[in-house]
Design a protein around this ligand. Structure first.
Ligand code: AMP
Length: 280
């Protein structure tokens, strides 16, 4: 395992792999790693010759300075987990490496993808995601980059930048890894106490029930029922709960075939934002 901070050193190191026609897989993270991140690395290791994982907390995608300051940074444990899973290269740039003084922000048009759902609640977030992923792709030039379905809207944003800048990288969207009780793994889960974390299974259970309910109820009625289930829980505020077309993110009015729509939920549970989604 090699730890690299500078983009130039990274490029030099990867040059040999590229010349030898070796496939490069890439997993971008903000650290505070858990099983979900590790599952992306494991998949990359199977499908590529060299796997690069970056850890960079990107200030440009935080619209709340408190959230940025409080973002967990257990770097020693992250390096341990990355070593254990056999990551080839860990890219640990600092702010100036990613955004040097000479950096000029490219024009990026997200065609409204950034104005709905997460984008509505976190203005500027997806622009920040798009900028950092573009920079990271410039540094790593991966053949395949792996992202989690948990951040579904983000995967659409990344596919859009790949298209817009003609980036020769395949975007692989990976399954959501869950705790045994069904809670989607997230770096923010450590802010829940044990009891809350155990109890937070109600989110995934609600999604599973919703998937059943839309078979017998209208979307509207199924969503109202699901919302009531969430609101019965102590400490819950709903940011959104919706069923959308996975390509356009527009609300679905009716369902066609099974698994062709996506139910997305974000709840604030005792102050911790928990995201989840499921194909319906
Ligand atoms: P983050 O460090 O939160 O920016 O996440 C880095 C990558 O890991 C993103 O592509 C996430 O979608 C993905 N990821 C986060 N949580 C999970 C999970 N529970 N299962 C699978 N992938 C995940």
């Amino acid at each position: 395992m090699i730890v690299i901070k500078s983009p130039v050193d990274l490029e030099n190191l990867l040059l040999k792999s590229r010349v030898d026609n070796k496939k490069i897989g890439f997993v971008a993270t903000m650290g505070a790693l858990h099983g979900g991140h590790i599952s992306l690395i494991e998949r990359s290791k199977i499908e590529n010759d060299t796997t690069v994982c970056s850890i960079f907390i990107n200030p440009k995608q935080f619209n709340n300075s408190n959230d940025l300051e409080n973002y967990p940074k257990p770097i020693e444990n992250d390096l341990k987990l990355l070593t254990e899973v056999g990551t080839d290269i860990i890219f640990l740039p600092n702010y100036e490496d990613i955004y040097p003084e000479t950096y000029i922000e490219p024009e990026i048009n997200l065609y409204g993808l950034d104005n709905v759902l997460e984008g509505l609640i976190r203005p500027g977030h997806f622009k920040g995601v798009a900028l950092v992923v573009k920079r990271l792709f410039d540094c790593v030039k991966p053949d395949i980059a792996y992202f989690g379905q948990k951040d579904y809207q983000q995967t659409l944003v990344i596919k859009e930048i790949v298209k817009q800048f003609n980036i020769p990288t395949e975007v692989a969207v990976c399954n959501i890894l869950r705790d045994e009780n069904g809670l989607a793994m997230s770096s923010r889960n450590i802010r829940l106490n044990n009891e809350q974390r155990e109890h937070a299974s109600f989110i995934y259970n609600m999604l599973l029930q919703l998937k059943e309910d839309v078979k017998v109820l209208t979307i509207k009625d199924a969503l109202i029922k699901a919302e009531n289930v969430l609101l019965k829980e102590e400490g819950v505020q709903i940011d959104y709960l919706t069923i959308v077309n996975p390509q356009t993110l527009l609300p679905e009015e009716s369902l066609t075939t099974e698994n062709s729509s996506l139910a997305l939920v974000v709840v604030n549970y005792f102050g911790v934002r928990l995201l989840d989604n499921i194909y319906i």
